[in-house]
Design a protein around this ligand. Sequence first.
Ligand code: PLP
Length: 384
Amino acid sequence: MSVDLPASLHPATLSAQAGGIVDDATAGVAPAIHPATTFQRGPDYVPSVDGNVYSRSHAPNGRMVEQLLAKLEGAAGALVFPSGMAATAAVFRTLPSGSTVLVQNQIYWGTTGWIRAFCDRRGVTLVEVDASDKDAFAAACAAHRPAIAWVETPSNPWLRITDLRAAADAVHAVGGLLVADMTTATPVLTRAIDFGADLVMHSATKGLNGHSDVLAGALACADADTPIWAAIHADRDTAGAVLGPFEAWLLLRGMRTLPLRVERMSRNAQELALFLSDHPKVETVLYPGLDDHPGHALAEAQMQGGFGPLLSFVVKGGGEAALAAAARMRLFHRATSLGGVESLVEHRYTIEPHTGIPEGLLRLSVGIEDAGDLREDLAQALGQ
Ligand code: PLP
């Protein structure tokens, strides 16, 4: 029968044992899928199972993921959503018109684009800042007194590192909250709440699930007894951005190997970053695990056990040379997204040409394949 494993256990133990979940009806060591949308009440009209009424608010499979994620994050609570963007939207929808938000610049372009449009139509003042510049971030907080500051570390696709503790201190000093998109790091590498973040956001589509077969998002909170968490929870229950039971089940299944995958992806990415940084056809490598990365020391202090699967590099010769190299890759799928078991390559300029991204930049999401095979694939694709 299920046991509530203590959050003090190591991530590998919590994940492998799905936080302690066993199927109560059969004693199966994998949980069942619960597709019911409505739940019975007894003759006294009290719900027969405490807390189960209607699946927009009460989703057993979603709750299993939330319990495990909260433990992995050291969080007071977690909520899952049908995509990362739905989780992001749930945070921003709590803001009253007339408020101000501070958002890190050059983060995942989908987040930036959605926030800009939302703030514009909602009458929310948006200030964008380079959050990896600690002083610029603190000055922007002091000048604009944002209700929320939004950061992403490591950032996608620039791999910038934000000092979470300094960011939290700066926004807390003016009465605001820090929200951190930790999609790339996952709680295995960084538990943002330990560094002062109030809310953590994940595109669970990425590393948390890790198999490129579930679209999902998640939020975790440092304190569940706050107006913002109550508003987010109420918004999900009433507006209905709910993850389906099969997706939640698959996500939990994926999360059972999360620490193992993150460790392997990070090791592979580190090896490829070193290989690329020595390569004559490569201009620059952006990877926080490299000594010469401007955020390396900070990443070492803030990330535990590796630097994640995401790596960008600029090919000499610009856009044409980068696209030709991507075209020659055999193991790296030419596809967007990150954090899956299979390696991916993306030419970001094709996707976001107006964001200042170099034309020669290729973004890799390094999977769990054999590092030597991946290195050879890059070598032949770059022409050496
Ligand atoms: N945050 C980051 C860092 C991402 O890379 C993505 C997607 O690429 C998102 C958020 C959005 O998540 P989703 O695609 O699950 O809506």
